[in-house]
Design a protein around this ligand. Structure first.
Ligand code: GNR
Ligand code: NI
Length: 167
């Protein structure tokens, strides 16, 4: 297992749409395990492969307190969404920034699991927020894209300053 470096906004590599995974093999499972370890170490409740510079449609999520209930999503698709809900979001690729984002309150998702089996899941609450946030990453979309251009510009400036001081 390995902890992978996380890319930060406004890195253009976060903007590339990720490619479908052809099949879940040992290499896929190794990447998923490294992503999970990276997410736990960060710490975060979700991580999408493009955040660690892997342009593939893979996501890991664990919203449990105990950090022992991982979900794996390979090639996820949202089949249905219902309702709207505002939630204060953060992102490991946009550190120290928290802003309200409106998304669907409930989603039905289809994905392939770590075992290579296709499955469906219905989610609401934090899990629904997180699934939508992570699937956005696969499309090259970040939560700051839902904010005004003015706010996004300010966040970009903050991030560039933070980067000079921290990295
Ligand atoms: O760790 C994370 N917390 C979080 C909080 C509210 C809404 C979404 C998230 S996802 C984020 C990890 C991350 O950046 N995943 O892409
Ligand atoms: Ni994120």
């Amino acid at each position: 297992m390995a902890i992978l470096p996380i890319l930060h906004f406004p890195d253009p590599r976060l903007r590339n749409p990720a490619l479908p995974v052809a099949r879940v093999d040992d290499e896929t499972r190794r990447l998923l395990d490294d992503m999970l370890e990276t997410m736990y170490a960060a710490p975060g409740i979700g991580l999408a492969a493009p955040q660690v510079n892997i342009s593939k449609r893979m996501i890991v999520i664990d919203i449990s307190e105990e950090r022992n209930t991982p979900y794996y999503f390979v090639n996820p698709e949202i089949l249905a969404r219902r309702g709207n809900e505002v939630f204060e979001e953060g992102c490991l690729s946009v550190p120290n920034i928290y802003e309200n984002v409106e998304r669907a309150a409930w989603v039905q998702v289809k994905a392939v699991g770590r075992d290579g089996q296709s499955y469906e899941l219905e989610a609401d609450g934090l899990l629904a927020v997180c699934i939508q946030h992570e699937i956005d990453h696969l499309e090259g979309k970040l939560f700051v894209d839902y904010l005004s251009e003015l706010k996004r510009g300010r966040i970009r400036k903050k991030m560039e300053k933070w980067r000079r001081h921290t990295l």
